[in-house]
Ligand binder design. Structure first.
Ligand code: TYM
Length: 336
């Protein structure tokens, strides 16, 4: 970066709706940790978004503490990045309300995540669920962020954020930059589940998802049950998806590249032993996850420490949010 140039602003969030997994880690957290050294970062726990699917708040406090702890255990430094809780920044709700006037019912109803949720919870199709992308746009636009580290499943929400921001700019004057989804690799990630169907998820596919809180034995058990193709492959055919998924997971958790190359070769010449391959993947995952799990466990119950971090993070986030809201209200003429 040029000397004296302002740092780009980065914003992202994770819902406290369950245990974090390798998808959250590689899609989001790993990027947060790298970005905190280069950019001006705002990372939050999206507790208001969680209410769109989990009206029962009994577990919320525990879940918020765990997400915070897992952020820090993954390497996030609360002295570098602002780490806060969404509901502690009330300017989020102010901007959400104003942005609702930039969002049309038809486009909200077409959102893929909305359609999925309608199927999952037909008896609770609340307005918060419909306007979920507007709240997410408010999170991002509130800091005038340009880069948003997320997994592939959030791509459409980012597109909608740009639409709402551009509509605002068009109508009232330029306030918001265009936010882009970001990953340090070439593409946004979708970390696959171990059953060969879909992605790792906080609430579905639990035996095919590796959580950052899984103990060593559970990791081994899950990996040994992972789906693989029986037999080798036909000449010239691409690698079966379930096996390619395991190879991808090996790359993510740091299996040495010569070992990966030998499994790939064995797959194509028909000599692959899936048991050996899974054992290697399991041990590499255990090595990768156990330090994060242990660190998170130590932090999770330290209420005082987590409270201090949340307060410090919210103060920094509110400062940035208030500066944006002044510009927003000026642009809209809501400045009397
Ligand atoms: P959430 O809580 O579902 O997931 C948190 C982050 O993890 C990523 N992710 C994955 N990446 C790769 N492979 C997977 N299998 C996988 N599963 C989850 C998600 O893409 C996400 O980056 N709407 C957001 C939360 C949010 C937000 C924001 C994000 C609220 N406001 C503002 C960015 C900016 C969500 O539900 O993420």
């Amino acid at each position: 970066m040029e000397k004296g140039a302002a740092k780009k602003i980065v914003m992202s969030g994770i819902r406290p709706t369950g245990f974090l997994h390798l998808g959250n880690y590689f899609g989001a957290l790993a990027n947060y940790v790298k970005m905190q050294n280069e950019y001006d970062c705002f990372f939050m726990v999206a507790d208001l978004h969680a209410l769109t699917t989990l009206p029962d708040t009994k577990e919320l406090k525990t879940n918020v503490a765990r997400v915070l702890a897992e952020n820090i255990a993954s390497g996030l430094d609360p002295d570098k990045a602002a780490l806060y809780c969404q509901s502690h920044v009330p300017e989020t709700s102010d901007l959400y309300l104003l942005l609702n006037m930039m969002a049309y019912k038809g486009e909200l109803e077409k959102t893929v995540t909305f359609k999925e949720k309608v199927k999952l919870q037909p008896n609770n199709v609340n307005a918060g669920l419909l306007t979920y992308p507007v709240l997410m746009a408010a999170d991002i636009l509130l800091h005038r962020a340009e880069l948003v580290p997320v997994g592939k499943d959030q791509e459409q929400h980012l597109e909608m954020t740009r639409t709402f921001g551009n509509r605002f700019n068009h109508r009232y004057g330029h306030v918001f930059p265009e936010a882009q989804a970001f990953n340090f690799g070439e593409e946004l990630l979708k970390v696959p589940s171990l059953d060969g169907a879909g992605k790792m998820s906080k609430s579905e596919n639990q035996f095919a998802t590796i959580y950052l809180s899984d103990d060593d034995e559970l990791i081994r058990k899950k990996v040994m049950k992972a789906k693989t193709e029986s037999g080798g492959s036909e000449a010239g055919a691409p690698m079966a998806e379930s096996v390619a998924n395991l190879i991808n997971l090996m790359k993510l958790v740091g299996t040495p590249s010569d070992a990966i190359a030998s499994y790939e070769k064995a797959y194509f010449d028909g000599s692959i032993r899936y048991g050996d391959m899974k054992k290697q993947l399991a041990e590499d995952m255990v090595k990768f996850i156990s330090p994060i799990r242990e660190k998170a466990e130590a932090i999770r119950n330290d209420e005082k420490y987590l409270k201090e971090i949340m307060e410090k993070g919210a103060a920094k986030a509110r400062k940035s949010a208030q500066a944006t809201m002044l510009q927003v209200k000026d642009a809209m003429g809501l400045n009397y």
